[in-house]
Design a protein around this ligand. Structure first.
Ligand SMILES: Nc1ncnc2c1ncn2[C@@H]1O[C@H](COP(=O)(O)OP(=O)(O)OP(=O)(O)O)[C@@H](O)[C@H]1O
Length: 341
């Protein structure tokens, strides 16, 4: 075992009866890494996590944690923690007792138990609330209790299923920072599941994008955001104008269109709305919708290339509905995709 493959998923195939949910998944996670599993509903994120936790039988392949094959190890002997979306706290118990629960089950008591529990509660900033019952806490505080309750067991890997999805926008931001802090301070290897790309980009050291039960791309947030490899990932991270590229020409619904400086060995080109050169270029389109988005104005253009989403600085004079505007699709501002699809 090396730190580089602290958790290894090796050819993992998982199925519900005859339905294969995850097929031949290979993933190597470093010790202390914060990894996001990102993907649309049904792509197999939760199933993968449940298998790592031991809540889902493995059809084929292996799960190795810290050098030990845990593929068939019972859940309670895996040293893997799991924080569910619904925090599953005991409402009749205090914060202290919720966090102490697992340690008591393991036979711990007295001062050692108290010290550990109080330290875990302090690590998530909840010391003043140790004696409160959990229904008397806010959503964000309950989420912290769930985190402390898992962390106190000192798992080798802690997994979180959509950890922030039940929180309002402000609390989400707060908990993002909190999760990152707890993870960095404790050094625990963490995997969280999300279908929110912003959350994955903001939190993770590495993002695993899943699609139809397989890995589509693995990379740092910068890789995924700036260098998507497929149209699927590009679309997921906000490239709204994606065209296949064939013999140096864009393949559009209106036919093929030559493009200057088209890169070689590229299956498709993708532009974010703000990468479209509005008001400057060989193409033209009619403004079909225009919406104000704070610092920018977003346009939907009807063009011979099909619909184009473009964005301009809000300080620029606005285009009206029905206006014809010129635009360019500079190859230099496009992401180059290896796969169209
Ligand atoms: N209990 C089940 N029985 C049969 N099929 C299931 C079951 N749970 C999930 N599946 C199927 O397995 C596939 C993967 O589901 P999974 O829950 O892992 O996706 P997910 O990426 O976590 O989705 P979501 O973001 O909606 O939670 C889907 O096709 C789903 O329909």
């Amino acid at each position: 075992m090396s730190d580089a493959s602290f958790l290894l998923l090796d050819g993992l195939t998982l199925a519900y009866g005859k339905t294969t949910a995850v097929e031949g998944l290979n993933l190597s996670i470093r010790r202390g890494e914060l990894v996001a599993l990102l993907g649309p509903s049904g792509c197999g994120k939760t199933t993968t996590m449940r298998a790592i936790a031991g809540l889902m039988p493995v059809k084929s392949g292996r799960i190795v944690l810290d050098g030990r094959d845990i593929t068939r190890t019972p859940a309670n002997r895996r040293e893997v923690g799991l924080v569910f979306q619904s925090y599953a706290l005991f409402p009749h118990l205090t914060v202290f007792e919720n966090v102490a629960f697992g340690l008591r089950l393991k036979g711990m008591s007295g001062k050692p138990l108290e010290d550990k529990v109080l330290a875990a509660i302090a690590s998530v900033g909840l010391s003043p609330f140790a004696n409160r019952k959990t229904p008397e806490l806010s959503g964000g505080q309950q989420q912290r209790v769930a985190l402390a309750r898992s962390m106190v067991m000192e798992p080798k890997v802690l997994m979180l299923d959509e950890p922030l999805s039940n929180l309002d926008a402000r609390l989400r931001l707060e908990m993002r920072t909190e999760l990152q802090r707890v993870q960095k301070e404790s050094g625990v290897t963490m995997i969280f599941v999300t279908h929110d790309q912003i959350e994955a980009l903001a939190l993770a050291d590495r993002i695993v994008v899943m699609r139809n039960g397989a890995i589509e791309q693995i990379g740092t947030p910068e890789d995924i955001y700036n260098r998507p490899e497929s149209a699927f990932v590009a679309d997921f991270v906000g490239f709204e104008n994606i065209f296949a590229l064939k013999d140096g020409q864009l393949v559009t619904p209106g036919g093929t269109v030559p493009i200057a400086d088209a890169p070689a060995d590229t299956a498709a080109l993708a532009w974010r709305p703000r990468a479209v050169a509005l008001g400057d270029g060989p193409f033209s389109g009619v403004v079909r919708s225009s919406s104000f988005a704070g610092s920018a104005r977003e346009y939907l253009l009807d063009t011979p290339l099909g619909p184009i989403k473009a964005e301009a600085d809000a300080a620029h004079p606005a285009h009206d509905l029905g206006d014809t505007v010129s635009f360019g699709l500079p190859a230099a501002t496009a992401a180059t995709l290896r796969r169209f699809g």
